[in-house]
Ligand binder design. Structure first.
Ligand SMILES: C[S@@+](CC[C@H](N)C(=O)[O-])C[C@H]1O[C@@H](n2cnc3c(N)ncnc32)[C@H](O)[C@@H]1O
Ligand SMILES: *[C@@H]1O[C@H](CO)[C@@H](O)[C@H](O)[C@H]1NC(C)=O
Ligand SMILES: *[C@@H]1O[C@H](CO)[C@@H](O)[C@H](O)[C@H]1NC(C)=O
Ligand SMILES: *[C@@H]1O[C@H](CO)[C@@H](O)[C@H](O)[C@H]1NC(C)=O
Length: 767
């Protein structure tokens, strides 16, 4: 007992010890700077200390976790009885085998998600792995068999040819056997053996034949992990999947694999690394980064999520854990017909194809940054061709924590009128929320649509739309992007959408799954604007009038409500004053200075806003056509008033044809993407209003236009909108070999499209 107490003391001494160490470290001037900047160290230590005390006290008293669990975990650490690993494990688990499952729910988080992601992947591949008859699953360190029973709800156990549970602890194996006997699963076999050396009874060699291998919270427990990982690599079928859920701590600096698989939330603070590693070390559990690094070195990454377990005391105790899905490094990709994407050879736009671009991997490199080319990244194992590789750790990407636009604020109907799109077109568009690009795909099915955005989140959003269309039923999809609310989103994401998403997008949406829990269109920066409008409508007591206007049956009715109720409220003297203050535009609406200067050349801010809004109620009905402003006022779409991809027909076109194969999502700057493209490659470019943001004082924009001129083929066209009626940069297009034509110039009282936000719409044709 005294020895137990000693060990317990050791554990809790860790906390004051780390406090002392931190102080010592803080004495170094560089850390004092860090401290002053954020107070992170001190607060982390203090919170950690309080947290541990509370968890020690509350854990005993009110949490009511079975005493046996606490006894075994805190008082009777592993490694105490006997020196052989099996004896050690048995002595640790024997008293708690019966309560194991009941006590592990909160501690071993991520297991369900890991199983769901595996099941979704299996379903996706069901046709590829000849048939379910051959499907073998090995759960290594499977303990009481909880995983296997759970899996049955995601992927029926009867569908597996054989399931093997390997575990070294006899008392846990006993529980597992009883469990499977109860369920009557004859295809499940429990083997009480060491993970490094187990043999499957009656089978000589399973090399390259196992369809799925999982390890939940066992990799960190296995001392001799190298042979285990090597073994798994041998066993795994070419299309097999390897799933892990486990605790971890990151290394001091980002691991090399992070660039390849996405690193959201992966890095741990110094204190976290130090504290949890030592804490778990008492139980012979090793959280160091070595295991994870080795796994990522030996396998390709399909999916990877990092999270924190707020076990016991929320937000004070945070144990880092991860979920990872991998595959063989040489995963065959013969089913990726989309791979053959030789720039320049698509459709009739061929001029010349760059030498050597034959295979998919090479081709995608044509469009990616050199830094990523040395090793296959998770992008190489995507089921879908959409997302092109990028390095998420670059500051130009990490500056964005959310998407700016949750919806696209330009009218695609007017675009399509002037675009003359055909199936042989190769387009270049700015991603934004992807709505317009999707509209072009529905209406004209161009050969290729390159969507470009520096903000990874905009591309995550478009990728989510594409993957959801391919994976979900219309009703679930409608709830997400029509109503902006789908309480089932997280389940849908893991169970259905995940196989069709890149690891990066999955990470983003797993961390932000609450975006669909209330009103999706009130998220992102555009969501702030919608919130502002909503608040203003409430303040003015106009809810009913706005609602009536949005559902009016005739234009006359719409105009009447607008003129009588809404217009006077918008253009009140007070609002006029605010709008005419340039600082308001700049700060509150995020209109960049350069762009503002452009419209101030043509008139006042207030004039600009009147010209935008005034013609809207007389153009078309909010109820069934004007979905842009309907969304702004109601924060959602209706079945009648929505973009085409949210109609059943549009959804069906996208789901059932190959229209979405056209998409390529580039996370990079416009000029970089243009530079990666061969001469005369593009036929259509739509660059929205982004050129307004450049300063006329520098030649940055000219560089970009020179690239546009190089990449567009003769008779190819570039389209843009501007806040100015006659943008200064039109001359640059003329200078570099384009003929510029205005397609619409807004005059007071007349709209040029349904959004009517810009003063002009132009087209340049390459001579
Ligand atoms: C924390 S438990 C996790 C059990 C189960 N996978 C779960 O998620 O509930 C870790 C398991 O790994 C097993 N284990 C540890 N070292 C092992 C080894 N060398 N070979 C096989 N199993 C081992 C232990 O017996 C224990 O059941
Ligand atoms: C910090 O440094 C000062 C001298 O620079 C020393 O007197 C003090 O004891 C140090 N504190 C710790 C905790 O080491
Ligand atoms: C992914 O998309 C394809 C359509 O190309 C679809 O057949 C498949 O079912 C989707 N995956 C899942 C898990 O829904
Ligand atoms: C769709 O399939 C047709 C016929 O196989 C093909 O010509 C076309 O290029 C494909 N479209 C896309 C976008 O891949």
């Amino acid at each position: 007992m005294t020895r137990h107490l000693g060990l317990l003391m050791n554990r809790f001494l860790l906390v004051p010890f780390s406090l002392g160490l931190t102080q010592l470290a803080m004495n170094k001037s560089n850390l004092i700077n860090g401290f002053c900047a954020e107070h992170r160290w001190a607060s982390a230590v203090i919170l950690g200390f309080i947290g541990s005390c509370i968890s020690a006290v509350v854990g005993w008293k009110s949490v009511q976790a079975p005493l046996q669990f606490i006894y075994s975990c805190f008082l009777k650490p592993l490694g105490y009885h006997g020196h052989n690993q099996q004896d050690r494990l048995e002595s640790f688990y024997q008293d708690q085998a019966d309560v194991y499952d009941a006590t592990r729910g909160g501690l071993l988080r991520g297991r369900k998600t890991m199983l769901k992601l595996c099941a979704a992947q299996l379903k996706q591949q069901a046709s590829a792995i000849k048939s379910d008859e051959d499907l073998v699953w090995i759960d290594i360190g499977g303990g009481t068999g909880w995983n296997i029973e759970r899996m049955n709800t995601y992927y029926p156990i009867e569908k597996f040819h054989k399931v093997y549970l390997i575990d070294l602890t006899p008392s846990l194996c006993r529980i597992a056997r009883e469990r499977f006997q109860r369920r009557g699963w004859n295809n499940v076999v429990v083997l009480c053996e060491d993970a490094a050396s187990f043999t499957l009874p009656g089978i000589d060699d399973m090399s390259g034949k196992v369809g799925m291998i999982t390890m939940s919270y066992s990799l960190s427990m296995i001392d001799n992990f190298f042979p285990v990982i090597d073994r798994i690599q041998k066993l795994l079928a070419p299309k097999g999947i390897f799933g892990i859920a486990d605790f971890y701590v990151s290394g001091k600096s980002p691991s090399p694999a992070e660039k390849l698989s996405g690193s959201q939330n992966r890095q741990c603070s110094w204190l976290t690394r130090f504290f949890w590693q030592i804490w778990f070390d008492f139980d012979h559990i090793n959280l160091g980064p070595g295991r994870r690094d080795y796994v990522e070195y030996k396998f390709g990454t399909l999916k990877c999520l990092n999270a924190r377990n707020h076990f016991i005391v929320p937000y004070l105790v945070q144990i880092p854990y991860y979920i990872w899905l991998g595959c063989s490094l040489e995963r065959p990709d013969e089913d990726r017909s989309w791979d053959i994407d030789i720039p320049g050879s698509s459709g009739s736009s061929v001029v010349e194809s760059p030498p050597g671009s034959v295979s998919g991997r090479q081709t995608r490199m044509e469009f990616s940054k050199p830094a990523l080319q040395t090793r296959s990244s998770s992008f190489d194992y995507q089921a879908r061709p959409w997302r092109l590789p990028y390095d998420p750790s670059l500051p130009c990407h990490t500056q964005f924590r959310s998407y700016i636009y949750a919806f696209t604020w330009e009218d695609p109907r007017v675009d399509l009128e002037y675009l003359d799109l055909t199936e042989s077109d190769t387009m270049f568009v700015i991603t934004s929320a992807g709505d317009n690009a999707i509209e072009y795909a529905i209406k004209a099915r161009p050969q290729r649509i390159h969507c470009v955005d520096m903000n990874p989140c905009q591309n995550h959003l478009l990728e989510l739309k594409l993957a959801s269309i391919k994976s979900l039923e219309f009703e679930d999809f409608w709830k997400m992007f029509g109503e902006g609310r789908n309480p089932q989103f997280e389940t849908l994401l893991h169970d259905f959408i995940s196989p069709n998403l890149s690891s990066h997008a999955l990470q983003y949406w797993s961390h932000n799954s609450d975006r669909f829990s209330h009103k999706f269109y009130k998220t992102g920066y555009s969501g702030l604007a919608l919130t502002l409008v909503e608040w203003w409508i409430k303040m003015q007591g106009l809810q009913k009038d706005v609602h009536d206007m949005c559902h009016a049956e005739t234009i006359e009715e719409q105009k009447r409500i607008w003129n009588e109720k809404i217009r006077p409220a918008i253009f009140s003297p007070m609002i006029r004053k605010v709008l005419n203050n340039p600082m308001f535009m700049w700060n509150a609406l995020g209109v960049p200075m350069n762009q503002m200067n452009m419209f101030l050349k043509d008139g006042t801010t207030q004039q600009y806003i009147e010209d935008t809004l005034e013609p809207i109620p007389s153009r078309s009905l909010f109820r069934n056509d004007q979905y842009f402003f309907y969304l702004c006022m109601m924060q959602k779409y209706t079945r009648e008033s929505c973009p085409s991809y949210l109609t059943e027909e549009g959804f069906k076109t996208l789901k059932e044809t190959n229209a979405t194969d056209a998409f390529r999502l580039h996370t990079d700057s416009i000029v970089n993407v243009l530079q990666s493209m061969p001469d005369k490659y593009l036929t259509r470019m739509i660059v929205m209003d982004h050129m307004d943001w450049f300063s006329p004082e520098t030649n940055e924009l000219e560089q970009e236009i020179i690239e546009m001129a190089r990449v567009t083929q003769p008779n190819g066209r570039v389209y843009w909108r501007s806040a100015g009626k006659y943008p200064w940069y039109n001359d640059l297009f003329v200078k570099h070999g384009f003929e510029v034509t205005p397609l619409g110039i807004r005059e007071s009282g007349h709209s040029i499209d349904r959004v009517n936000m810009y003063s002009s719409f132009y087209m340049a044709v390459r001579s």
